[in-house]
Design a protein around this ligand. Structure first.
Ligand code: KG4
Ligand code: ZN
Length: 348
């Protein structure tokens, strides 16, 4: 099955053509084209995503990315008129941004005379690890996807822990009660005078800092539930940085200590869920999954306990449309469909 997917929920205009096969037990994906046009430069002067600018950029970029999806890929001519279905992200995300993608997808599906289905951005993140599973088999490591599994989705808008009994069925066991972890990275970056998006900037700076220079709080780490809170950690960084000038070394120490606290909470809660539910695998997904400190920490803890660890490839951890195609395939197989209607607050 060939799926043409469109994603415009935030500040990336993305389109992808993905071939999916083999069903729910062992889904396989071949990404024929994955085009992502980033709007970071447009939003950077404002220190965050400006929804109406995002809308304007999506309108301008969608025809361009669609054109880029067509053309040569690995010596194969990619045509979009032979796709089986068109999919588009309907939420969660920024209203004006989602609307542009949905309108565009509607016209496209009509022109191609194909069915159009809606997709959930969060399910896209969750399933993004499937896009590269074959090439990511690491030597000697347990790589069998067995259930139950714990899924951790960490992005700019969400921090969610899932208990998955099957690839296609799960229960939410925890989420953030205030800021998402990506949002905390972005806000702390701003306090340190770093540009948007802050996550990668903090990570870069943290490499030269001492992660134990400042012992920041680990909110809710001892709570028995699986919820998170990052507002207190962010405020602690604020008090540490307020009205102060820093040397580069002090700034790096702040970044490293903040990152250490955030990673510590995420990893400990995830591993506690693994123990509580007797999980055999862990899946890490979302924009913050690009963070090497987080990937390494959870990866190591899984190895220690003999659990399989799956994380999306760097290419697919941030927003993209291939993950939307992957989620669409899983949903089609489980006969679940999202209405093609903007749902800005859609959740899992
Ligand atoms: O999934 P995503 O691309 O968009 C949303 O669905 O929100 O996630 C974006 C978030 C931003 O907050 C960004 O700062 C964060 O992911 N992020 C990172 C890293 N790369 C992106 N956070 C920490 N370390 C990174 N390397
Ligand atoms: Zn996202």
């Amino acid at each position: 099955m060939r799926i043409l997917a469109i994603e415009t929920s935030c500040d990336e205009t993305a389109a992808a053509l993905v071939e999916a096969s083999d069903g729910l037990k062992n889904p396989k994906f071949r990404v024929l084209k994955n085009i992502v046009s980033s709007q970071i430069e447009t939003h950077r002067p404002y220190g965050g995503v400006v929804p109406l600018l995002a809308k304007r950029e999506h309108i301008r970029n969608l025809p361009i990315v669609l054109k880029q999806v067509q053309g040569k890929s690995k010596n194969e001519k990619v045509k979009i008129d032979d796709v089986d279905i068109v999919a588009v992200t309907v939420g969660p995300g920024l209203e004006p941004a989602l609307l542009v993608g949905i309108e565009f997808a509607k016209h496209l599906a009509k022109k191609l005379k194909k069915k159009l289905v809606g997709a959930n951005h969060l399910e896209g993140h969750l399933y993004s690890f499937l896009l590269t599973q074959e090439s990511k088999k690491e030597k000697g490591e347990r790589r069998k996807l067995e259930f139950p599994a714990i899924g951790l989705i960490v992005s700019g808008g969400h921090t969610i822990l899932l208990l998955m009994n099957k690839l296609e069925s799960w229960k939410k066991i925890g989420e953030t009660r205030d800021d998402a972890v990506g949002e905390a990275f972005d806000k702390v970056a701003r306090m340190l005078g770093l540009p948007y998006p802050g996550g990668p900037e903090i990570e870069r700076l943290a490499k030269t800092g001492n992660p134990h220079a400042i012992e920041f709080p680990r909110p809710m780490i001892h709570h028995k539930n699986f919820d998170f809170s990052f507002a207190g950690l962010k405020t602690a960084v604020y008090y540490e940085t307020r009205n102060k000038k820093f040397t580069r070394k002090q700034k790096a120490d702040l970044a490293a200590s903040f990152q250490e606290a955030a990673v510590d909470v995420l990893a400990r809660k995830t591993m506690r869920a693994v123990e509580a539910f007797g999980a055999k695998s862990v899946i890490l997904a979302g924009g913050v999954a690009a963070n090497k400190a987080l990937r390494t920490r959870i990866g190591k803890e899984c190895k220690k306990l003999g659990k399989s660890f799956f994380v999306s490839d760097f290419k697919y951890s941030g927003d993209n449309a291939s993950m939307i195609a992957a989620a669409t395939y899983i949903n089609l197989l489980k006969k679940k469909a999202y209405h093609v209607k903007m749902q800005a607050n859609l959740n899992l």
